[in-house]
Design a protein around this ligand. Structure first.
Ligand code: MRU
Length: 338
């Protein structure tokens, strides 16, 4: 049995409600919240109770299932799909799930069970494909390795064992030794609070670093590879991920460190020609000016808080998908992804 199975309670479907671990409270408190309506799910995604592209997609599916249990009228359901999709703009998985649910509205007869079944199926697919991501990714690692990641692309960010972090869980399961450098990932601290927590919990050697230590560590340590998740990948391979990923990729290139993106097909937006078209979420300035409600900057200072950046395809060594690893030229190979 996999070591990574210790942790799998990110999203639970309880027939008439969805139980989410409140990711804003980790690692200090392990608190769960029950979501009973599509409005509550919209809020949970917007306020980052649940976050990470695939997890947002799975949670959205259940949010729409809750709407169908309330009222299975086509117009009502379409409104609720649109409401949930409006929670966050960058992660494509949200829109991928919205698209799948819209497709059900085209059926001649619709009933709540149809939406519930689809949401459970989306979760199951996500769980299964993260295993594949882990297998393809871990095959890239030698018997003993040091890696780096950013943000949280683990069990907390998916319906399964993760995307980037699945690589480390699978490597460990195969008896490989892997240690992982985790940048704290300001301002929401997904690296410090979430990745460190779940990696440690699952017995992976983890070294937390400040974001501004990334280049120093890449220069002074033997880092075999960087593995990150993705929020949206355009047709040419340009990849939106947590703010700071672009800088990490630039530094990895400078230090001749392979840079891999790990993401399922549900993160690829084949309608976009390049990363320039990916909408980038700007979050409230308070996330930068405050820490857990404590002011750390002048109250009236102007703030920019982009939550994501786009790593251009030429900085990416390969993209690990559930169908295998895609190498450049990305445009041609991504167009073959079905
Ligand atoms: O703002 P977040 O925490 O939702 O951002 C998450 C990320 O950027 C992850 O790296 C990405 O969603 C991949 S998760 C498997």
């Amino acid at each position: 049995m996999g070591v990574y199975m210790i942790w799998a309670k990110t999203i639970q479907w309880l027939d008439d409600r969805v139980r989410l671990i409140d990711q804003r409270k980790l690692p200090l408190e392990e608190v769960y919240v029950d979501i009973k309506t599509p409005e509550e799910m919209h809020n949970a995604i917007k306020r980052m109770v649940v976050r990470g592209a695939p997890a947002i997609g799975v949670a959205a599916g259940y949010g729409i299932a809750l709407a169908a249990l309330e009222n299975c009228d086509r117009k009502y359901l379409l409104e609720k799909i649109e409401l949930i999709e409006s929670a966050r703009p960058t992660a494509y998985n949200l829109f991928y799930v919205g698209k799948r649910m819209r497709k059900l509205l085209e059926r001649k007869e619709i009933k709540p069970a149809l939406f519930v079944k689809e949401a459970i199926q989306i979760h199951k697919e996500d769980r299964e494909l993260t295993e594949k991501l882990g297998e393809y990714g871990s095959a890239l690692l030698p018997k003993r390795s040091q890696c780096m990641t950013i943000c949280n692309a683990g069990a907390l960010a998916t319906g399964g064992i993760g995307t980037a972090l699945a690589v480390f869980y699978k490597a460990k399961d195969q008896g490989k030794e892997v240690s992982v450098f985790v940048p704290e990932t300001r301002p929401f601290l997904q690296g410090a609070r979430l990745s460190s927590w779940e990696l440690k919990k699952n017995g992976i050697e983890t070294i937390l670093i400040a974001d501004n230590a990334i280049s120093y560590i890449l220069k002074t340590e033997e880092i075999d590879a960087v593995f990150t998740g993705a929020d949206r990948i355009a047709r040419n391979g340009d990849t939106a991920n947590k703010i700071g990923t672009y800088g990490l990729a630039l530094s990895a290139r400078e230090h001749h460190t392979p840079f891999f993106v790990v993401a399922p097909r549900s993160t690829f937006d084949l309608t976009l020609n390049s990363g320039n078209e990916i909408p980038i979420e700007e979050r409230p300035g308070e996330e930068v000016k405050e820490f857990r409600g404590i002011q750390i900057a002048p109250r009236n200072i102007e703030v920019r808080n982009p939550a994501f950046d786009v790593t251009p395809n030429y900085l990416i060594t390969g993209i690990v998908t559930e169908k295998g690893v895609i190498y450049p030229p990305f445009r041609k190979r991504i167009s073959l992804l079905k």
